[in-house]
Ligand binder design. Structure first.
Ligand SMILES: Nc1nc2c(ncn2[C@@H]2O[C@H](COP(=O)(O)OP(=O)(O)OP(=O)(O)O)[C@@H](O)[C@H]2O)c(=O)[nH]1
Length: 389
């Protein structure tokens, strides 16, 4: 291809047609001038010669332009075909793809139309902000930042509104490495993550439920021994770090076997639930209330001295003794014995504290049940003696 051909083929079709018109005008003007000059000075032969030269020139130039036009059409056809292929590939994409120029969509693929619920034509008449309208403002903020050239790459999660009004969550990532007619173009990839988030939340909920089930006693709803083992150590460590005291209370229903024997196992279960309900009522937010096993319960009282723990255990004891259990029209009175131990005097480790509370509980049982005993032997309560241990 010659230089002139190359420069011609670089012109667009409209430019080429304008060039033909312009050249024809130039040729006409030159011919007019030659004719006028010939009329005054030249011979018929000169005029004939000039006309032939100009005709040849016009012929050659016209041929060049026609060739360039054909070339241009070929290029345009190839471009159109390439664009069609490109769009059909993008329409197969599993993610939404958009090209935005300033405040409008320049191109969107079918997947994006599916995500938003509008047709491609409808979207091309919309502004990108219409989609985020009334939802998350991060869409507007991030795209504005990108189109203003403040950042090269954006990635964010936002809410978007579908045509049917449904609010969905989309993950958007984009950049503006391309420009059209000097304007920055935002090319963005959209993924609808609504379903994924819903599933993640369901899995999380299920995990929380499983964890809850793994750490709770199903009969009473109190924490179980597994939870106690994990959390007493943490609470003790915290008490040591903050220089605070921490108390533990071991409780055991009195003559529980007799309740089972007299009223049945279900009545025994009811008594356990009854004890747990009162224990919960007497617990504070920071306390840990557990069913230790069988008819034994365990209370962890953070930032509580042995004296206060004694008082609180005694209040619980009195409430248990005062409120009867009702089962199958029978009113069953239950009592419980309590052993208290506090860090640091009652033990430096979890194992030592539990052993101390257990020993204090043994003393309470031995001393007659329905009473609270501390490992330090500082406090006792008076009750009807029952030393059958
Ligand atoms: N209903 C019921 N009974 C239980 C459960 N777990 C343990 N027990 C019963 O609790 C009773 C405990 O009896 P013991 O260890 O002899 O103690 P106790 O009768 O309470 O006597 P003291 O503790 O000495 O006052 C046993 O009969 C167990 O079967 C339970 O989940 N439900």
């Amino acid at each position: 291809m010659s230089n002139s051909e190359a420069s011609l083929s670089a012109l667009d079709e409209q430019g080429l047609r304008a060039e033909i018109v312009r050249l024809n005008k130039v040729i006409q003007a030159l011919m007019d001038r030659a004719e006028r000059a010939g009329g005054s000075n030249g011979s018929d032969f000169d005029r004939f010669q000039t006309t032939v030269i100009w005709e040849e020139l016009v012929e050659r130039r016209t041929q060049e332009l026609a060739k360039a036009l054909r070339e241009n059409e070929k290029i345009n056809r190839a471009l159109r075909e390439a664009e069609q292929k490109f769009h059909s590939v993008l329409d197969q994409s599993l993610v939404g793809i958009t090209m935005m120029v300033e405040d409008s969509f320049h191109y969107v693929n079918l997947k994006f139309a599916g995500i938003i619920g509008y047709s491609v034509d409808e979207i091309l008449r919309m502004r990108p902000t219409d989609i985020a309208d009334g939802c998350d403002e991060s869409f507007v903020r991030e795209t504005t930042r990108l189109l203003a050239g403040e950042t090269e790459q954006i990635s964010f999660v936002t809410d978007a509104k579908r045509k049917d009004g449904q609010v969905i969550t989309v993950e958007v990532s984009g950049n503006s490495s391309v420009s059209i007619a000097g304007k920055r173009v935002l090319i963005a990839v959209w993924v609808d993550i609504t379903e994924r988030l819903r599933n993640e939340r369901a899995v999380q909920l299920l995990q929380e439920q499983l964890r809850e089930q793994a750490t709770r006693d199903p009969l009473t709803g109190l924490y179980n021994r597994l939870f106690l083992n994990e959390n007493l150590a943490r609470e003790l460590l915290q008490a040591k770090r903050l220089g605070q005291s921490i108390s533990v209370v071991m409780a055991d229903l009195d003559h529980f076997k007799a309740i089972n024997d007299r009223h049945g196992h279900l009545a025994g279960d009811e008594a356990l639930k009854h004890f747990a309900a009162i224990m919960k009522r007497y617990s504070r937010g920071s306390d840990i209330s557990c069913r230790y096993g069988g008819e034994e319960f365990f209370w962890v009282l953070p930032n509580t001295t042995e004296a206060t723990a004694y008082e609180r255990a005694n209040e619980l004891r009195m409430a248990i003794a005062a409120e009867s259990v009702f089962f199958n029209c029978a009113s069953i009175t239950i009592t419980a014995s309590f052993g208290v131990a506090a860090y640091p005097a009652g033990g430096m480790t979890c194992r030592e504290l539990i052993a101390s509370a257990d020993a204090a509980l043994y003393m309470a049982k031995y001393a007659g049940r329905n009473q609270v005993r501390c490992i330090s032997e500082c406090f006792t309560t008076e009750t009807g003696a029952d030393t059958s241990i």
